[in-house]
Design a protein. Structure first.
Ligand SMILES: NC(=O)N[C@@H](CC(=O)O)C(=O)O
Ligand SMILES: [Zn+2]
Ligand SMILES: [Zn+2]
Length: 438
């Protein structure tokens, strides 16, 4: 770790300018006119320096679906997007429902070195929704699991959901719910409305999401526990969460970049890159999600990075898999959706994409302001450029991005994980250079 790096003339989230000296995995000094003696200088004139982004919702696919992504390739995608930590969803094979599997994912993350990987534990055995998984053993394992989710599936049984909320209180855990009432969404393919009728695709009603969120916030209140709502996608969900927070219920919520940016009309061409769970919704929903993020009803942005092999997407809409990759494009899409129009500023971005997701996941060492003494998890971003987003911008295995060919603002220039550059000059560095072991 002996490397010294001097980042010169960066602009912080609050607009102030500073140099940053990194050494032994920490920011050791800030201020202007720092000496670069013995350090590798990096010119950050005109670049933002922000705390490394933290994704509370990433699908790394390993173990079991390595043709889609691995911990190594997924964390390379994370680094490319300015992320220094990701929470890895449990819908792998085997499912991350035991201490053994979460420790394996943790170790794979440590070996890769591109980002801090915090495994999420399944709520129920095999995501089957029948019996609670060994939540306590996962919490006490070396992976120190604090976030539990059956994501991909909803914990639809209210008694199991109640028990899970009760159980995780003992170790300050949180249940992250994929809110989808299964009986209301059987065979669902896109948002339910006039357009789903026209296209002949089975609709996915907003109430399927909203009814589960309403139930769960009341359960969280009843047992006095923490609830997190994954990928909120409708205006009505924002209303329910706003009501719950006003009532003092301990609920947090996330929105994805794609739900802040894209609408259901994209389904018109039956291009399965736009098929995602929950589905893209109406313009009114996008507006409500943006407003909810701006007023704090929605706490964070999380990518729901969901890589799939080409064959799972290059097929008929009905047969295609749900999901989009999102780590590499996340900040650009958020910039286009809520920063460039003045709804959020860069300090808000540091909060919703770094500090708050770290706090929800009880992750230390990420998300704090860039001050002397803090771990050197940060990235440099140029918000002034724009680029045509292409497969060259994707650093993971998945190419199922809805943004290919679109012009997006901003570019990640460099990322530092624990003081080491994982991205330099806009390019993800080789594994040996990031200090990977194993
Ligand atoms: N978002 C998706 O469309 N797909 C996710 C599952 C999920 O997040 O629900 C996946 O695992 O592929
Ligand atoms: Zn989900
Ligand atoms: Zn997901």
């Amino acid at each position: 770790m002996g490397e010294r790096i001097l980042i010169g003339g960066a602009t912080l989230a609050d607009g102030s300018r500073t140099d940053l000296l990194l050494e032994d995995g920490r920011i050791v000094e800030t201020g202007t006119g720092l000496s670069s003696a013995g350090a590798t200088p990096i010119d950050a004139d005109g670049l933002l320096a922000l705390p490394g982004l933290v994704d509370l919702h990433t699908h790394l696919r390993e173990p079991g679906y390595e043709q889609s992504e691995t911990v190594l390739t997924g964390t390379r995608a994370a680094a490319a997007g300015g992320f220094t930590a990701v929470f890895a969803m449990a819908n792998t094979s085997p499912v991350a429902d035991t201490a053994g599997v979460v420790e394996q994912v943790l170790s794979l993350g440590e070996a890769a070195g591109y980002a801090t990987v915090r495994p999420i534990g399944a709520v129920t055995v095999g995501l089957e929704g029948e019996r609670l998984a060994e939540l306590g053993a996962m919490a006490q394992s070396r992976a120190r699991v604090r976030v539990f989710s059956d994501d991909g599936k909803c914990v639809s049984d209210p008694l199991l959901m109640r028990r899970a909320l009760e159980y995780v209180k003992a170790f300050d855990g949180v249940i992250a719910q994929h809110a989808q009432e299964p009986r209301l969404t059987q065979g669902a393919q896109m948002n339910e409305g006039a357009l789903s009728g026209e296209l002949g695709l089975t609709g996915w009603p907003a109430v399927a999401e909203e009814s589960i969120i309403a139930r769960d916030v009341l359960l969280a209140e009843h047992v006095g526990s923490r609830l997190h709502v994954c990928h909120v996608s409708t205006a009505g969900s924002v209303d329910v969460i706003r009501w719950a927070k006003a009532r003092g219920i301990d609920v947090t919520a996330e929105v994805t970049p794609h739900h802040l940016a894209l609408t259901e009309e994209l389904a018109t061409g039956y291009d399965a890159r736009y098929k995602v769970n929950p589905p893209l919704r109406r313009r009114e929903d996008v507006e409500a999600l943006r407003a909810g993020l701006a007023d704090g009803t929605i706490d964070i942005v999380a990518t729901d990075h969901a890589p799939h092999p080409v064959e799972a997407k290059d097929c008929e809409w009905d047969a295609a898999a749900f999901g989009m990759v999102g780590l590499e494009s996340a900040l650009s899409v958020v910039q286009a959706s809520v920063v460039d129009n003045g709804m959020l500023d860069w300090a808000d971005i540091a909060r919703v994409l770094s500090a708050t997701p770290a706090r929800i996941g009880r992750l230390e060492g990420h998300g704090s302001p860039l001050e002397a003494g803090a771990p050197a998890n940060l990235f440099l971003y140029d918000p002034t450029v724009s680029r045509s987003f292409s497969t060259a911008d994707l650093a993971g295995k998945g190419v199922n991005s809805p943004y290919l060919g679109l012009t997006l603002p901003g570019r990640v220039v460099a990322t530092f994980h624990q003081g080491r550059a994982t991205v330099l000059d806009g390019a993800v560095r080789d594994a040996e250079e990031v200090g990977a072991r194993g």
